[in-house]
Design a protein around this ligand. Structure first.
Ligand code: B12
Ligand code: SF4
Length: 465
């Protein structure tokens, strides 16, 4: 096949949640950044955003709701554009089966167009995916920009994809395995995300309750850094960006992007979705102060879980001054006195009340995130976590069930000890379904404790009204 590999189609997969749950609708930063990078390198890029284009198309099966274009609608849209290469984003385990459906639908019509996937789930399961799914040709591991461009160059020049470090793939029927190339890009060379390829209006209209805009304001997500200084066992961040790898963008680069987002996309609200913002407070304070000065009208939202361990009163004051309206706090199991080997961080709970009071003092909406159901815990431990969570003054409470995402150390541990509930369905890997069964507890316990805790929180808010 001869192709100049000039035209790349990127696909955003559909969404999944519980039928009564929050239908997420957050513009996908990863795809927008990849699109911008490829365009900067002379590639023509188009996007089929199956989630937002089919947001009202809901298919409910048991306890799982799928929303987005169907696989065949997606394939028709993709192939109509006549791409030379197809890239599908696969961040979530719960979406992986839907990604594979789209890949199969595309390949059943156009088997010769190479298809690559990337994102957290894909990156941490590249070999099993290729073993099982003939429709996928390549999987990018971790940071996608340079790997994607290297693949395009390689295909163009008739090279050997197995020589691309961060790529797993299939060649002549054999699977070759790459390895994670961590942080190989200077983040200050990233162009602004290609948001012109997305319908921002539709995301605003969707008004997702959990992580959408506040009051239908025009919003976009951003990340000011990549990676995390921690490596918690249930989290895939270190597997995507590299263990211990943490890189920040410069303040000037961040401010330039904010200016572009304000001027070109008229955004009123910026959703900062970094995993680790408090590792360098001087840097963070400089950004917050600059935003307060240069964009006093801009609303900030930090709903990806602030590390409460290092959050302090001075940072909160600066966040408030910079326009912060919503944060979420990660307290995880809330029981530092227990040996929770699966959480490689300790949360000083005495600190929590002071932090919550300070945030409320600035009228910032607070979501509290807790996680329970790790091997080693007992039912009493989980109930104590819920009691603790309920004793704190959150506007919203998220009680997550510890979920062994394939590719995480937690998954490997559970598999080794026979703790994984079998058979399990990837669509269920969403923090709301119990997937771990130990001698102490099983899915029925975690799901009951979570449901009761959530109902009690709702009752508490109702009574306080
Ligand atoms: C923002 C975010 C969200 C947003 C949506 C993000 C989106 N649509 O893009 C919201 C809040 C909606 C969300 C929801 C959920 N999330 Co979330 N989320 C994140 C977070 C914090 C950042 C993602 C991000 O935008 N990063 C910045 C961009 C630049 O990076 P990126 O998207 O990963 O893209 C880069 C590479 O991955 C790669 N790449 C990505 N796509 C592709 C495609 C191709 C073809 C190639 C070559 C490369 C490539 O290149 C990109 C540029 O370098 C990540 C953690 C993290 N830091 O990655 C968790 C994360 C992705 N989420 C996670 C989870 C579990 C969930 C939920 C299931 C939780 C829940 N129950 O609510 C839901 C699922 C929602 C759904 N399916 O409908 C897990 C996924 C684990 C897993 N295996 O499933 C993660 C990894 C966090 C963790 N705990 O480990 N999430
Ligand atoms: S601190 Fe948060 S982002 Fe970092 S590894 Fe732990 S759970 Fe993941």
């Amino acid at each position: 096949m001869t192709s100049s590999f000039k035209r790349v189609m990127l696909v955003v997969p559909p969404g999944r949640c519980t039928p009564e749950g929050a239908f997420h609708a957050v513009p996908p930063e990863g795809v927008a950044r990849l699109a911008a990078w490829l365009r900067q390198h002379g590639i023509e890029v188009s996007v089929v955003d199956t989630l937002i284009e089919g947001y009202d198309n809901r298919l409910i099966k048991g306890k799982s709701a799928r929303y987005g274009l169907t696989a065949s609608q997606a394939a028709d849209r993709v192939l109509d554009w006549k791409p030379d290469l197809i890239g599908i984003s696969c961040l979530f385990t719960c979406i992986a089966p839907d990604v594979m459906e789209i890949a199969k639908a595309c390949k059943s019509i156009e088997p010769r167009i190479p298809l690559v996937i990337g994102g957290a789930h894909a990156a941490t399961n590249s070999v099993p995916i290729l073993e099982k799914e003939q429709a996928v040709d390549f999987v990018a591991l971790g940071e996608g920009e340079q790997t994607f461009m290297a693949l395009i160059d390689c295909l163009r020049n008739g090279g050997n994809p197995s020589e691309i470090e961060g790529l797993t793939g299939r060649e002549n029927g054999q699977i070759f395995k790459g390895h994670l190339v961590s942080q190989n890009i200077d983040l200050n060379t990233l162009p602004p995300p290609a948001w012109d390829l997305f319908s921002i209006d539709s995301y605003v209209e969707a008004d997702s309750p959990l992580c959408g805009p506040q009051g239908k304001k025009r919003f976009l997500p951003t990340s000011w850094s990549r990676g995390c200084i921690n490596a918690c066992s249930y989290c895939l961040t270190s597997r995507v960006w590299g263990t211990g790898n943490y890189q920040k963008r410069s303040v000037a680069h961040i401010l330039d992007e904010v200016k572009t987002l304000r001027n070109s996309f008229n955004i009123e609200e910026l959703h900062v979705q970094d995993d680790c913002l408090l590792a360098d407070k001087t840097w963070l304070h400089t950004i917050l102060d600059a935003l307060a000065n240069e964009h006093p009208e801009l609303v900030l939202d930090f709903s990806n879980g602030f590390d409460i361990m290092t959050l302090d009163i001075e940072t909160i004051a600066r966040m408030a001054h910079a326009g912060t309206r919503r944060v979420s706090l990660s307290l995880e199991a809330g029981m530092p006195e227990k040996d929770l080997r699966f959480i490689h961080k300790r949360v000083p709970l005495s600190h929590a009340r002071e932090i919550i009071a300070a945030l409320h003092g600035h009228a910032i909406y607070i979501t509290g995130n807790f996680m329970m159901g790790f091997p080693g815990q007992t039912i009493d431990d989980m109930e104590a976590t819920v009691e603790y969570a309920l004793s704190l003054d959150f506007d919203k409470l998220c009680l997550f069930i510890a979920t062994p995402f394939p590719g995480s150390p937690l998954y490997a541990y559970c598999e080794r000890h026979g703790y994984l509930v079998e058979p399990h369905n990837f669509n269920d890997f969403r923090f709301s379904k119990g997937l771990i069964q130990t001698g102490e507890f099983g899915p029925k316990d975690t799901e009951r404790i979570r449901r009761d805790g959530w109902l009690r929180h709702k009752t508490k808010l109702f009574e306080a009204d």
